[in-house]
Design a protein around this ligand. Structure first.
Ligand SMILES: [Zn+2]
Length: 302
């Protein structure tokens, strides 16, 4: 039963092309585009998680690295912006579409920085809670060594600084957001994730909808009307758009919590179709909605 369910979910995910699908993209066709956020700070998009680059006078602070096979293209896109080397790579979390380029950047001299649980998950490998799909351990050279244990840390290159902020049990159990106060740019990782999808809640590593909402609340507090918010996936956002996203998450949480209070099982919660109106708002499909309800349900039960 369990296996049949996992296989069905895997097949549906493959067909739907959702955020959970693990089909290999054709990297040769990927183009890295840089969006100027002002104050020598850029959002880079290609395939995988959004990248943020802050250029200082003696080095670059990079947030996330997409996939290993895109390293050369990302490096070329950065070289077009600045001759400085990448001094720090911050990983917002462990997922491969944000950490795949780590090893190559580290080989070129960048220090890999993250919450300790990113290093732990990359070292040990992980299993997807919905599909059962396993992710193998990362190469040791791609595992962050500069881990921080306090709620936040500060990275400095000449003329620039980055505040790296941990939020507990949200998208994963090792999330960091990065705030560049001088540019008023906040890179959130997948705690904020839009563009035809809901956020993934990685319940296999103690991700939780309650933590995602708490983290988004802290990002809203940190932001003003002019803050440029780089989500883990999807287009650049402003504070009002992130407030809308927060409201969508809270609605989903409240409706699933109500079903749990009524004694509904996870399958019954899915069958209740309690968030169909949000599906359109998220631009997601039915399979994504089913997955999201399951993950909200599991995190509220945890
Ligand atoms: Zn992720």
């Amino acid at each position: 039963m369990q296996r049949t369910f996992a296989a069905a979910v895997a097949a549906a995910l493959f067909l739907s092309g959702s955020a959970f699908a693990q089909t290999a993209p054709d990297y040769s066709q990927v183009e890295i585009k840089a969006t100027d956020l002002g104050h020598k700070t850029y959002m880079l998009t290609g395939q995988g998680g959004n990248i943020t680059a802050a250029i200082g006078d003696d080095g670059i602070i990079l947030v996330d690295t997409q996939f290993a096979l895109l390293h050369d293209k990302i490096k070329a896109a950065l070289a077009a912006l600045s001759p400085q080397p990448v001094k720090f790579v911050v990983n917002t979390h462990y997922h491969g579409d944000h950490t795949g380029g780590n090893e190559a950047f580290a080989k070129e001299g960048a220090a890999l920085v993250s919450h300790p649980n990113v290093a732990k998950r990359l070292t040990e490998g992980t299993t997807n809670a919905l599909t059962g799909a396993k992710t193998a351990p990362a190469a040791p050279g791609g595992v962050p060594k500069q881990v921080y244990t306090s709620p936040s840390t500060v990275l400095i290159v000449k003329g620039r600084s980055a505040q790296v902020i941990h939020e507990k049990n949200a998208h994963t159990d090792g999330d960091s957001a990065v705030f560049f106060a001088d540019a008023n740019v906040l890179a959130t990782g997948d705690i904020v994730s839009l563009g035809g999808r809901y956020p993934n809640i990685d319940v296999a590593v103690n991700g939780n909808i309650k933590g995602i909402i708490a983290a988004v609340d802290s990002y809203l507090k940190l932001s003003n009307a002019d803050t440029k918010i780089v989500p883990g996936h999807g287009p650049l956002l402003n504070k009002a758009q992130v407030q809308d996203y927060r409201d969508m998450l809270a609605t989903a949480r409240d409706r699933v919590a109500k079903l749990i209070a009524e004694g509904k099982t996870e399958d019954e919660a899915v069958a209740a179709k309690a968030i169909q109106d949000l599906e359109q708002k998220a631009g997601a499909n039915e399979q994504a909605t089913t997955n999201f309800v399951r993950l909200v349900y599991r995190s509220l039960k945890a």
